[in-house]
Design a protein around this ligand. Structure first.
Ligand code: GDP
Length: 524
């Protein structure tokens, strides 16, 4: 492979930030973009080429949560690395897309609010990362406010998430008494609210402050030192391999709002974050990022990004090689060859045409309906398919019908396409074949309704049947319809597999106790 191409690939770092809403993802992203020179100050996102500032920053857009807007990928350079941050929206926007985005990254940064600890959304996203075995880095945020004891938080990580943790640094005080962080990794103390030239204090051989400083006599310093001793003696050891395998998470403390600890985090993170990783094909072959031929897979399709154009963009994670605008690529599923003249890269809401991109990068391909979620695209002669993207267990269900029965043909066509695209999951009742849609987030239904109207000209009626616990069945032949009841509904999925929709966990357990021989399982 061309050495320059290899160099470009090896300097890529592609990750997602996972967190519960309000933990500080937007704030931290802004600081990261700021270090990377992509924005002038927090809140103003600049278009790279035009040099002008976008009128509304992506945080505002996210808050408005218009479905036509995306701010999916942000790219910037820092310390000789080319960084791609993939956005995983917060809870109102939560959808299967959010999960699938995690299939396109090589590591994840988990943000936790010091006062709240691990929250529902963090846990869900964490599980998907864990399943992939990707490295997970933890940033505990809002130390300028009073929160839980740091040791308690470390315990929570291990107990709730089941991952080992290693404190890279440790807070000295908290809230109004937040003095700074004891940086175990860089052997220094970083002082809060202190100018850069005075910010760092050295440590001596015993790990104590090496200089005379007023901090030394505070109880906060003493407490922190006691904790550090405990961590040194009884805590996990720093282990690079375990980090790489996602078994141990390095933990950082800081305050994104006051921009404290974020740079230290970024610098340290980049030393351990993996470069683009190989991906596996359906016949178990490994595709290496530095393979000569271009390849990638579609992990997200976004429609109506620009309401004026009614276009769709297929987001491709490049797995190997180099992409050049104008090149011919083959879509493996259909065998279709496509000349790519319209391709985009993203910075917040400002899109620009991309001429070249490399393994690790995300590009957007202009799509007139060719692509589906999970599609493989290749640039060389070798044709292969990447492993299927996982299907996720939906939690919300709606019964849908066309308001106007005369529109039933369009209705079914629209549903078929949107299901293929991965926008929503399809189920049907057993004999009446009524359509039931499943989603992991409410927004998916709103997008569905909007697109049915705008793209297929069908008004749909949606009746919520609420949240359900969906379970598939290993031994389908043993399932009987008589097993259903008011708290358990039996439906079929798009592949004609039986699925039980239980009212709640309690109903699931009750069923399982009664029919022990039925082997239930859930998707991710
Ligand atoms: P997101 O929903 O995870 O993107 O969270 P945001 O970045 O929008 O932050 C949620 C709220 O927490 C906002 O009001 C932020 O100003 C605030 N916030 C974020 N980081 C910090 C921090 O380090 N300290 C304090 N005190 N507030 C913070």
């Amino acid at each position: 492979m061309d050495l320059n191409v290899k160099e470009e690939i090896l300097k890529r770092r592609t990750f997602a930030i996972i967190s519960h809403p309000d933990a500080g993802k937007t704030t931290i992203t802004e600081k990261l973009l700021y270090f990377g020179g992509a924005i002038r100050d927090a809140g103003t996102v600049k278009g790279k080429k035009s040099g002008k500032f976008a009128t509304s920053d992506w945080m505002e857009i996210e808050k408005q949560r218009g479905i036509s807007v995306t701010s999916s990928v942000m790219q910037f350079d820092f310390n000789d690395c080319r960084i791609n941050i993939l956005d995983t929206p917060g809870h109102q926007d939560f959808s299967e897309d959010t999960y699938r985005t995690l299939m396109a990254v090589d590591s994840a940064v988990m943000i936790i609010d010091v006062a709240k600890g691990i929250e529902v959304q963090t846990l869900k996203l964490f599980k998907v990362c864990r399943m992939r075995g990707i490295p997970i880095f933890t940033f505990i945020n809002k130390l300028d406010r009073q929160g839980k004891e740091p040791l308690e938080l470390m315990e929570e990580l291990e107990e709730v998430l089941g991952i080992q943790s290693y404190a890279m640094n440790w807070p000295i005080g908290m809230g109004k008494e937040f003095l700074g962080i004891y940086d175990r990794f860089n052997n220094r103390i970083e002082q809060f609210r202190t100018e850069e030239k005075d910010r760092y204090l050295p440590l001596d051989e015993d790990g104590e402050l090496a200089v005379d400083h007023s901090m030394k006599i505070t109880s906060y310093y003493k407490e922190a030192m006691e904790d550090i001793k405990l961590l040194n003696e009884a805590g996990n050891e720093f282990d690079k391999d375990k980090i790489q395998n996602g078994e141990l998470t390095p933990v950082f403390f800081g305050s994104a709002l006051t921009n404290f600890g974020v740079q230290t985090f970024l610098e340290t993170y980049l030393q351990f974050a993996p470069a683009p990783q190989p991906r596996i094909t359906e016949d178990d072959q490994e595709v290496n990022p530095i393979d000569n031929d271009f390849s990638g897979f579609v992990f997200k399709i976004q429609a109506n990004m620009n309401p004026a154009h009614r276009d769709r963009i297929a987001f491709v994670r490049i797995v190997s090689g180099k992409f050049e605008r104008g090149m011919n690529i083959t879509q493996t599923r259909t065998g279709k060859s496509i000349k790519v003249t319209q391709s985009t890269q993203f910075l917040a809401d400002d899109r620009e045409t991309v001429e070249t991109a490399f393994a690790g990068d995300i590009i957007g391909l202009y799509d007139t309906g060719n692509y589906q979620i999970g599609d493989t695209v290749v640039g060389g002669k070798k044709n292969f398919l990447f492993e299927k993207l996982p299907q996720f267990t939906p939690e919300l269900f709606m019964k849908v019908t066309a308001k106007n029965v005369m529109k039933s043909k369009h209705f079914h066509k629209g549903i078929l396409q949107l299901v293929q695209e991965g926008a929503i999951q399809y189920y049907k009742t057993l004999h009446t074949e009524e359509v039931i849609l499943g989603a992991v987030g409410q927004l998916q239904f709103e997008v569905f309704e909007h697109r049915m109207k705008n793209e297929y000209n069908v008004d749909v009626r949606m009746d919520s049947i609420g949240s359900k616990v969906a379970r598939w069945i290993e031994n389908e032949e043993d399932v009987k319809e008589s097993m259903t009841g008011p708290r358990s509904m039996l439906v079929k999925d798009r592949y004609d597999r039986y699925v039980f929709l239980f009212e709640n966990d309690f109903a699931t357990r009750w069923f399982q106790d009664k029919y022990e021989h039925i082997k239930l399982f859930n998707l991710l």
